[in-house]
Design a binder for this molecule. Sequence first.
Ligand SMILES: C[S@@+](CC[C@H](N)C(=O)[O-])C[C@H]1O[C@@H](n2cnc3c(N)ncnc32)[C@H](O)[C@@H]1O
Length: 258
Amino acid sequence: MDKHAFYQQAVQCVEAEIDFVTETFQQLRCRPAVSLREDFCGTAQTTCEWVARDSNNLGYAVDFDPLVLQWGEQNNVSRLTPEQQQRIHLINEDVLTVQTAPMDMVLAMNFSYFIFMTRADMRCYFQSVYQSLAGDGVFFLDAFGGYEAAKELTEERVCDGFTYIWEQATFNPINSQMQCYIHFITDEGVRMDQAFSYHWRLWTLPEISELLTESGFAQVDVYWEGTDKKTGEGNDVYTASQQGTADAGWVCYIVAQK
Ligand SMILES: C[S@@+](CC[C@H](N)C(=O)[O-])C[C@H]1O[C@@H](n2cnc3c(N)ncnc32)[C@H](O)[C@@H]1O
């Protein structure tokens, strides 16, 4: 029973994430990206996928928790070839102060930057990412929302060998802060309560876009998911959009160009 293995299986889809950033960077800049920095990297699974994709790719994965990086080293980086391992760097630092070479792409995924509670702190982070990017670099983030995002609720999803439980335990409309947890229960009935805990501010898309612009980004676009005509569900295709849909729950990408 390993909470990081369960998390990777239940939450992350690094192939789709790397497909999206690779294709979007190429479309916007008419060249392939080479360097990628994954902020709030956790187990660095996304950066491992990046370096495995192309022998030119360089990956930098930043997290201030040494234990999660150690898990990533032992379980993800170790599965790469020796040549791929030469092109990945795990960095045990705070995303606010980390210094790296100029990056083509910086990623902040799975809403990790929602930890910043004030506009001032968020602007500080966005400005430091701006400084970290190459002249034509691009910053990729994701965001979630919808009228169920501000509700106290619990959702369960059956995975291979365990059940994943997402709990929005509290939401305070006055400051928009929420406390969320991920719990797991194995098929044998063993519970792992509060395996992960997140204290977030639920930011809106206009707030995030405005802060990115205030931090210097020349263009900020929301990439909204298309709809499968047959099922009426999301089709995993995200395009730059001006109009979203008032869904109960949505996830989108934000693409900020330097
Ligand atoms: C929700 S996990 C994200 C894991 C992964 N990026 C993903 O997409 O699923 C958040 C991670 O951010 C790290 N973290 C939180 N604040 C940080 C900071 N200021 N600097 C660096 N890492 C931070 C935590 O240690 C944790 O591993």
